[in-house]
Design a protein around this ligand. Structure first.
Ligand code: UDP
Ligand code: MG
Length: 151
């Protein structure tokens, strides 16, 4: 856990189509995380298979790749204290029916196969995902409001 921990957050195609990008992005901004990379990208199935490599072999894998390749996604990197675990708790459970109200999935989704957003599940996976989606690197800049967010 560190102030400069990074996580990869992605609004999935259904989140983009449903106009939820601003709301999801806004939650991370409001919480105090620092945006260090952002782009809209229509990913290829090959790229998405790489992203979800750990799930290859699962029965839902082909459907997942088709869903994720069905439209553009918003790829983001957020930095801040305990970003990976906090990001996951802001997302809610994988199955939206088990997600608490107040979480992104708990507020906007009902089906596990249309759960509108992704968040890295470990610091190690976050690093891999950030490299995969942002091979060009993230943006370095000073955000002066950090002195109001951290002691
Ligand atoms: N998924 C699905 N059916 C399942 C489990 C997962 O369609 O039974 C999809 C769902 O969109 C999920 C993604 O596969 O977000 C990746 O699964 P993972 O277990 O990594 O969940 P996450 O980390 O996204 O919460
Ligand atoms: Mg996962």
């Amino acid at each position: 856990m560190s102030v400069s921990e990074r996580t990869y957050i992605m609004v999935k195609p259904d989140g983009v189509q449903r106009g939820l990008v601003g709301n999801i992005l806004g939650r991370f901004e409001q919480r105090g995380f620092k945006l260090i990379a952002l782009k809209l990208v229509h990913a290829t199935p090959e790229h998405l298979e790489q992203h979800y490599i750990d799930l290859k072999g699962k029965s839902f894998f082909p459907g997942l790749i088709k869903y994720m390749a069905s439209g553009p996604v918003v790829a983001m990197v957020w930095e801040g204290l305990d970003a990976v675990k906090t990001g996951r708790s802001m997302l809610g459970a994988t199955n939206p029916l088990a997600s608490a109200p107040g979480t992104i999935r708990g507020d906007f989704a009902l089906a596990v196969g249309r759960n509108i957003c992704h968040g890295s599940d470990s610091v190690e996976n976050a690093e891999k995902e950030i490299k995969l989606w942002f091979p060009e690197g993230v943006v370095q800049y000073t955000n002066d409001n950090s002195k109001w967010i951290f002691e």
